[in-house]
Design a protein around this ligand. Structure first.
Ligand code: ZN
Ligand code: ZN
Length: 420
């Protein structure tokens, strides 16, 4: 019988050491920073009724039309793996009456999302996002706070060379007028648009503005700008946001073409891009969605959020950050069985203090144990044999600094505390 070798599905990947240490660093930093802004974690299922996503993200978006993992379960229900986080959080917000909590209600999530996309570099069918959603605060101060928090996170994890772009895409009051202006602008250019945009012309002409096809880029030169069509309320909101961002010393640029791919956005939208990834690849993106909670059957509730793409962040960190994998602080090289047992007890004591301790294999030579310690980039190696057991004095070596010496067994904890 021949054995079968399995591989991950196309577009999916294992995340392994040492990369995983970068992932953990980003996740830990996010939790720490979000908590200082009062954001609390929410965990929703990775699978929902398909309509949770099609209703919110929009029937005519690429995500819903082409990219969702949708199937019928054994109860004959149409279910989908979540392609993004916001829809599930809003579903949960309404279902669990989270609007009854003191306002504003602020949540974050972290976990895998799924889209059946053509795999390419840096894009996966199971990908990870960290996102936040803030409910029941319509003021531009909340927009500024959420953007500031994202900026803190990115600088907290050591990501450099990123830039913020912001835009306002208006509201139910002013967007129809802008839509009309776009329709008349594109009416004579319609035949020159890409096939997707020919359809978008009728369904969602705003999306022609962020189409990546070169022909559409050309055709939209001189197109009317949403920011020239904002109603009084939207304009004031957008101006106030800019004032607040300047006050917070967050640099940004205006990008009137950034409309974001999802249907549910209103007013503020923003993106963070990095030069190293190219302008098409946002590291993080978000916006305000003041109507979505109501559309999910909840009370009229303004909201704003963002999501950060973990794979892209990790890719960037690998370009710049020092990859510091953790290493053991103590390694016991042991000679003989009695020494091995003694070190097992010692190791337990040191681990209780939170140190990573490794004990060598008494059956292998001192040389090969030292080699193993070296490969693990251990800070201190202690050598323990019958002589050391009797005398209570241990030889130690600092592998990096080449320092060495002796320490009393009873003084070990004190010695290590002085070294770290
Ligand atoms: Zn408006
Ligand atoms: Zn197009």
């Amino acid at each position: 019988m021949s054995s079968q070798q399995y591989k991950t599905l196309k577009g999916m990947q294992d995340i392994l050491p040492p990369d995983i240490f970068l992932w953990q660093k980003v996740e830990q930093t996010a939790r720490q920073i979000f908590s200082t802004y009062g954001f609390q974690e929410i965990r929703t299922p990775v699978m929902e009724s398909t309509s949770v996503f099609s209703r919110s993200i929009g029937e005519s978006t690429d995500i819903v039309e082409k990219e969702m993992y949708t199937f019928t379960d054994k109860g004959d229900r149409s279910v989908s793996l979540r392609p993004e986080g916001t829809a599930s959080v809003v579903r949960s917000y309404v279902e669990n009456h989270l609007d009854k909590l003191p306002a504003p209600q602020k949540f974050y999530y972290a976990g895998p999302m799924f889209r059946y996309e053509r795999p390419q570099s840096g894009r996966f069918r199971q990908f990870y996002q960290i996102g936040v959603e803030a409910f029941a605060d319509s003021s531009p101060r909340m927009d500024a706070e959420v953007i500031a928090m994202l900026e803190r996170l990115l600088s907290g994890i050591g990501l450099e060379g990123v830039s913020f772009q912001i835009n306002s895409i208006g509201c139910g009051q002013c967007r129809p007028g802008y839509r009309d202006a776009l329709l008349s602008f594109f009416s004579e250019k319609k035949e020159d648009l890409c096939d997707d945009c020919k359809r978008r012309y009728d369904k969602n002409p705003l999306r022609i503005l962020d189409c990546k096809a070169s022909t559409c880029r050309q055709q939209r030169q001189g197109a009317p700008r949403i920011t020239d069509h904002l109603c009084e309320g939207c304009r004031t909101h957008f101006e106030k946001l800019q004032t607040l961002l300047s006050l917070l010393q967050i640099s940004y640029s205006l990008n009137p073409e950034m409309v974001r791919g999802l249907d549910y956005y209103t007013r503020t939208t923003f993106e963070v891009t990095s030069q190293s990834l190219g302008a098409q690849n946002a590291v993080a993106a978000g916006g305000r969605y003041d109507r979505l909670v109501k559309e999910f059957g909840g009370p009229e509730t303004p909201a704003i959020g963002f999501a950060l793409g973990m794979e892209r962040v990790i890719e960037l960190l690998k370009l710049t950050a020092l990859r510091s994998a953790p290493s053991p602080s103590v390694f016991f090289a042991v000679l003989g069985d009695a020494a091995g047992s003694a070190c097992l007890v010692l190791a337990e004591q040191l681990r209780k203090q939170g140190r990573w301790v490794e004990v060598g294999d008494a059956a292998s030579s001192l040389k090969s144990q030292m080699r193993r310690a070296d490969r693990m980039a251990v800070r201190h190696v202690f050598i323990m044999g019958d002589d050391e057991l009797r005398s209570g004095m241990l030889k130690w070596k600092n592998l990096a600094g080449a320092a060495q010496g002796e320490v009393k067994l009873s003084d070990m904890e004190l010695f290590l505390a002085g070294q770290s």
